[in-house]
Design a protein around this ligand. Structure first.
Ligand code: ZN
Length: 237
């Protein structure tokens, strides 16, 4: 089953990638996949990972990368703040999602098995902890985003790379999705303040719980993509 899921996600990711990156080629030195469209009108492109200057030759309709030289005076910061900072939101976010999913499952379980009610007395604590994790993850991602822009400005000299455009767009998307999820959780409209659980007697609460779950799930996909694409900019492939 896992092999099927992996195959399906790989196919979706490939389709999405083709659409966004267009034609691609691999850097002959570090093997990172780069978009042909990022080369300037002179067909030159500096590899964001290893810093070689590549001339993209068109040979019978194929993009053939030829390494010309290495970019001199390329900033090589000792402390790479962005790749380090990125692990704070990525590390905390899944636990916030897990907390919300557990609270929703407990709300459903309470309806189906009223006997477990005494076990749920600590649900408000979990609801608060989940909110703290979510707020920290989304809040600290602002610093990650800022350090990424700083890196792009300094190390990559604001050159156009499809990967970086994707990361900027997805970072904004994550902040928007995460911001709404935090606001919805903090409002108490999904997880009631007294019980920490979803009031399944109220249609409004159920609808808002579904919205919260959708926001969190979309945020998970967005942050995983950000991490994956960021990884290619650190490790090549
Ligand atoms: Zn390279």
């Amino acid at each position: 089953m896992f092999a099927d899921i992996r195959r399906i996600t790989a196919r979706i990711a490939e389709k999405f990638k083709r659409r966004f990156y267009g034609r691609t080629f691999n850097c002959p030195v570090c093997h990172v996949e780069l978009a042909v469209v990022d080369a300037g009108s002179n067909r030159l492109l500096v590899c964001p990972v290893c810093g070689v200057v590549i001339d993209i030759e068109e040979v019978y309709g194929h993009a053939v990368p030829v390494v010309l030289e290495v970019e001199l005076f390329r900033p090589q910061p000792k402390a790479r703040i962005h790749p380090l900072a990125t692990h704070v939101p990525i590390g905390l976010y899944p636990f916030a999602v897990l907390g919300a999913v557990l609270l929703m499952a407990a709300s459903l379980a309470r309806l189906l098995f009223p006997g477990i009610e005494p076990l749920l007395s600590r649900a408000p604590v979990i609801a608060d902890a989940t909110l703290v994790l979510l707020a920290l993850s989304v809040g600290l991602s602002v610093l990650t985003f800022a350090s990424g822009l700083w890196d792009w400005n300094r190390r990559y000299r604001r050159r156009s790379y499809r990967q970086i455009r994707l990361k900027i767009a997805f970072s904004i998307l994550f902040l928007v999705l995460g911001g709404f999820a935090v606001a919805l959780h903090a409002s108490g409209a999904v997880f009631a303040a007294g019980t920490g659980l979803v009031d399944l007697g109220s249609t409004m609460s159920i609808v808002l719980a579904v919205v919260e779950l959708a926001l969190l799930a979309a945020g998970m996909v967005v942050i995983a993509t950000l991490g994956h694409v960021g990884g290619t900019l650190v490790f090549g492939r």
